[in-house]
Design a protein around this ligand. Structure first.
Ligand code: AMP
Length: 186
């Protein structure tokens, strides 16, 4: 199974990605987590990514694409993967298609977690208190939602055209949403 999990910031992608990937027996790959780990370790990649992340902007496609290409060349993804938070721009969609195509692969499913804006802002502000993510401030949350609408919403259309998009209501208990998602994927 080669799949993506998409949805606006705060829809619960990260949480669901880990659980669903474990249930499917594939690794969950979160570009946000990789950027955060690099930022925490102050690597050159992390230092560059940090300047975008703290403003709620996307890290440039070239940087993100190269990082994903490297990650997808590791041996644990041969049987499949669940990408969380990538692709987020049409250029990233094209790039990922190219990487998969070269390996003779394609995407099987794109799972979209739907959640309305009010619920999302509430969740993200709550997460700010528990996780201490520096990009979970009121102002940056708003910018992240804008960037999502501008740059990532068109990505959903691309996958809908291919008939691989599955939308699931992301509101509810974690377990409920997981079961909903797995049922929709079956
Ligand atoms: P996330 O944890 O998925 O919400 O990502 C946190 C931040 O990492 C985003 O707001 C972006 O700054 C950066 N990021 C993560 N994934 C991508 C991507 N596919 N393209 C560009 N920037 C990304």
């Amino acid at each position: 199974m080669r799949m993506l999990i998409m949805g606006p910031p705060g829809a619960g992608k990260g949480t669901q990605a880990k659980v669903i990937a474990a249930r499917l027996g594939v690794p969950a790959i979160s570009t946000g987590d990789i950027f955060r780990a690099n930022a925490a370790a102050a690597t050159p990649l992390g230092r560059e990514a940090q300047t975008y992340m703290e403003r709620g902007e996307y890290v440039p496609d070239e940087v993100t694409n190269a990082m994903v290409r490297d990650r997808l060349s590791e041996p644990d993804v041969t049987a499949g993967f669940l990408l969380d938070g990538y692709p987020r721009t049409p250029a990233q969609v094209d790039y990922l298609d190219g990487v998969l195509d070269q390996a003779g692969h394609h995407l099987d499913r794109v799972l979209v977690l739907a959640a309305d804006t009010e619920e999302i802002v509430k969740r993200l502000l709550l997460r700010a208190e528990t996780d201490g993510r520096t990009d979970d401030t009121d102002e940056v949350i708003r910018r992240r939602l804008e960037v999502y609408a501008e740059q990532t919403a068109p990505v959903l259309d691309r996958y809908a055209e291919r008939d691989i998009l599955i939308r699931v209501d992301g509101i509810g208990e974690v377990d409920t949403v997981t079961e909903r998602a797995l049922a929709a994927l079956r």
